[in-house]
Design a protein around this ligand. Structure first.
Ligand code: CP
Ligand code: NVA
Length: 309
């Protein structure tokens, strides 16, 4: 039994195994429809309990299909219906009940501390479905998408992030270290990664560079990633923050600094950080990116259950 909380705590070889497994599973079910299960039903009889303390469309749907395709089932709890959310029950007791009734727990939360606390008290795996500091299932799936489209290991590509220093970027940085790829970050100085992230980068001697000019960050990129400037529950003056980011919009001009065959990725939902011209162009692979989450999350579940092939 293994938890899946942060990419930085998972060995690189295990992350690679998850991607390889996802690739094989995706290929082998080309003719199957969404609710048809994979051969062998590897998670037959298993219940994945999901709880979202913040909004979600993609993560919710993709975990639903993921566990179904593996032969199991899922139940989504509403946090406002639990005693936990009103202080009427401890994390410890909630975790004990979840462990007795379910086989894995996927939590999207506004508290990194809560994820860690749950992980201490659960006897079933916990998966981080987005926290303030990371979004690991998204980024592992995005590595899969990049390699699927580019048909080469991500270590041979130049990756660029234009946007806020948020949970998704933190996971992308962790991935850059694990998968050894070059990462250019373009963001206003005021919104560059925090000190602890900088020391994580430095201690890992990686090729991660931060630019305050988006054009410089985009030069030679094979992939440009972005995300909303204002994340869920971002406690900032959103009008001011959007003004600070006005020169960091991903438009055709910015894309022209990247390689000719550069693709655009975005975890979604989007805001105004990307022009329609780019978002709806051939270079944008955001729908493929979203759908791939099903495939990678299946292999993440199998990893957690110790059943990765
Ligand atoms: N990208 C992503 O996690 O989407 P949702 O917030 O809709 O789950
Ligand atoms: N950074 C965004 C990601 C949404 C999937 C947020 O946390 O709201």
């Amino acid at each position: 039994m293994r938890h899946f909380i942060n990419l930085k705590d998972i060995p690189a070889k295990d992350l690679r195994r998850i991607i390889i497994d996802a690739r094989k599973r995706k290929t082998s079910r080309k003719k199957l429809s969404n609710l048809e299960a994979d051969k062998g039903l590897p998670l037959k009889g298993k219940l994945l309990i999901q709880m979202f303390e913040k909004s979600s469309l993609r993560t919710r749907l993709s975990f639903y299909l993921a566990i179904k395709q593996l032969g199991g089932s899922t139940l989504t709890l509403r946090p406002d219906e639990l005693h936990l959310s009103r202080g009427g029950e401890s994390v410890e007791d909630t975790a004990k009940i979840l462990s007795n009734f379910g086989n894995a727990f996927m939590l999207r939360t506004d508290s990194d501390k809560k994820l860690v606390e749950f992980s201490k008290h659960l006897s079933i795996p916990i998966i981080n479905g987005l926290s303030p500091s990371s979004h690991p299932t998204q980024i592992l799936s995005d590595i899969f998408t990049v390699e699927e489209i580019k048909k080469k290991p991500i270590s041979k590509l130049n990756i660029c992030w234009i946007g806020d220093s948020n949970n998704v970027l933190n996971s992308l940085i962790a991935a850059a270290i694990k998968f050894k790829f070059k990462l250019n970050i373009g963001c206003p100085k005021k919104y560059q990664p925090k000190k602890d992230i900088f020391s994580y980068i430095k201690n890992n001697k990686n090729k991660i560079l931060v630019y305050h000019d988006p054009k410089k960050a985009a030069i030679g990129a094979d992939v440009i990633f972005s995300d909303k400037v204002i994340s869920m529950n971002d406690k900032v003056d959103s009008i001011k923050k959007l003004i600070h980011f006005k020169n960091f919009k991903i438009d055709k001009k910015l894309m022209s600094f990247a390689k000719k065959d550069c693709i655009f990725l975005h975890c979604l939902p989007r805001g105004k950080e990307v022009d329609e011209d780019v978002f709806l162009s051939q270079k944008s692979k955001v729908w493929q990116q979203a759908l791939n989450r099903v495939h990678v999350q299946k292999s993440i579940l199998l990893y957690c259950f110790g059943k990765l092939r």
